[in-house]
Design a protein. Structure first.
Length: 100
């Protein structure tokens, strides 16, 4: 889902969740949208996932899509290595609300 598709989705729908995914030990962030059906869409550019170097960069891009709330999610590589699923839906110990 590129930025224009994201803008269009946000304009037509109101029941979705935006996640800013940070990877432990890494300084890059990705943006993911989960719709009401549970489908996940990664923000892409030219068919490839977009990597942001800072949260400020993420905020600017999401503001351009008229999004002002998201959840910051930290993905821990140890969980992935031992086969645990990402815990995005856990209480706030796994994700933190962002308002910008």
């Amino acid at each position: 889902m590129d930025l224009n598709e994201l803008k269009g989705f946000v304009a037509r729908h109101d029941n979705f969740e935006i996640r800013v995914i940070g990877h432990a030990g890494n300084r890059f962030y990705q943006v993911e949208l989960e719709d009401v059906e549970g489908q996940r869409h990664m923000l892409t550019r030219a068919g490839k996932p977009v990597l942001f170097r800072s949260l400020d960069d993420v905020y600017l891009e999401l503001k351009r899509a008229d999004i002002h709330r998201a959840y910051l999610v930290e993905q821990v590589p140890e969980d992935e290595m031992i086969g645990h699923r990402a815990r995005y839906q856990d209480p706030l110990n796994a994700r933190m609300p962002l308002v910008f």
